[in-house]
Design a protein around this ligand. Structure first.
Ligand SMILES: [Fe+2]
Length: 307
């Protein structure tokens, strides 16, 4: 069983046109497909068909998360593993999601649905696949992100969810936050050498805390605050800060539906060898430093506001 990477988030949009404008002009993605009520988007430097699917909806939040696997047979193995854990699964026919082969939906204890799939249509780099240049023309003040990096999901049974991802889907646990009573409650998991592809913290079932996009360097995070202000993007929780967890430089803001976004840079490299290195553990009393390292405090609405 081998999940190779976080591939995409399928999210809900209250105003599809406003969300498309946000994810193309503020985040700097390109449109790679459209169907009635849906817009598919991908970073300019990524190959798979999409990293964000916008779905017209009467509420904000998450539809599902997509992860790519290394072999078509991994779907059968994951299906058997999920059923052994008593989790509901369903098959998603090839082509049901644009540019994508057959998928396996798994309903996690946290309430979220992961869609595992093998085949993704390749859209090519915007810089070109033959004799590429290093400058993209006609961006008109848009600063592209490099890629979709991770998501923090809020839900119930995070402990059980993290265990399932480690034991059945071969995720590595890289960092873990303990509560005041010493029991673990927030989990940071990866399938690659980035510190987290997905994280889980307690909250209402099937909730989205944030979607993080990687930018080129730490100064770029700072520079993008100018752009957020210029484009009058909705409020962000703190200004520029740094997480103790993962060590990244970060800024948060919201898309037009209220879904929280993050620009971040500066992660350390995690081991790609499973269970080789024990997770970093944050004790309950150090949660504020782990979450916002500079401020050593967490705004009340940071964990409470989810979509
Ligand atoms: Fe994040």
């Amino acid at each position: 069983m081998a999940v190779s990477r976080l591939s995409y988030l399928s999210i809900r949009a209250l105003d599809l046109a406003a969300s498309e404008k946000h994810y193309t002009e503020v985040i700097g993605l390109r449109v790679t497909g459209r169907s009635p009520g849906q817009v598919y988007l991908q970073a300019h430097e990524a190959q798979d068909h999409h990293c964000i699917i916008l779905n017209a909806s009467d509420r904000a939040g998450l539809d599902h998360v997509g992860f790519k696997v290394n072999d078509p047979n991994d779907l059968n193995e994951a299906e058997a593993g999920a059923k052994a854990w008593g989790l509901k699964t369903h098959r998603i026919a090839a082509g049901n999601i644009m540019g994508q082969g057959e998928g396996l939906g798994i309903e996690l204890p946290s309430g979220h649905t992961f869609n595992l799939f093998y085949h993704s249509e390749k859209v090519g780099y915007s810089y070109g696949m033959k004799d590429p240049d290093i400058i993209l023309e006609n961006l008109n003040g848009v600063w592209p992100v490099t890629h979709l990096d991770h998501t923090l999901l809020a839900g119930n049974d995070c402990d059980k969810t993290a265990k399932f991802l480690q034991e059945v889907l071969d995720f590595n646990l890289t960092e873990c936050i303990h509560g005041p009573d010493g029991s673990p409650f927030a989990f940071f998991l990866t399938v690659s050498n980035t510190i987290h592809n997905v994280a889980f913290a307690p909250g209402p079932p099937n909730s989205l805390h944030h979607i993080a996009f990687y930018v080129s360097d730490r100064a770029d995070v700072i520079r993008r605050v100018d752009m957020l202000k210029h484009r009058k993007v909705a409020t962000f929780d703190y200004g520029i800060s740094r997480h103790g967890v993962a060590g990244v430089t970060t800024v948060y803001f919201h898309d037009p539906s209220g879904n929280r976004n993050e620009f971040q840079c500066g992660v350390y490299e995690a081991s790609v060898v499973r269970n080789k290195i024990p997770p970093i553990v944050w004790a309950g009393e150090n949660i504020p430093r782990g979450v916002f390292y500079y401020e050593s405090a967490v705004l009340a609405n940071f964990f409470e506001v989810v979509t």
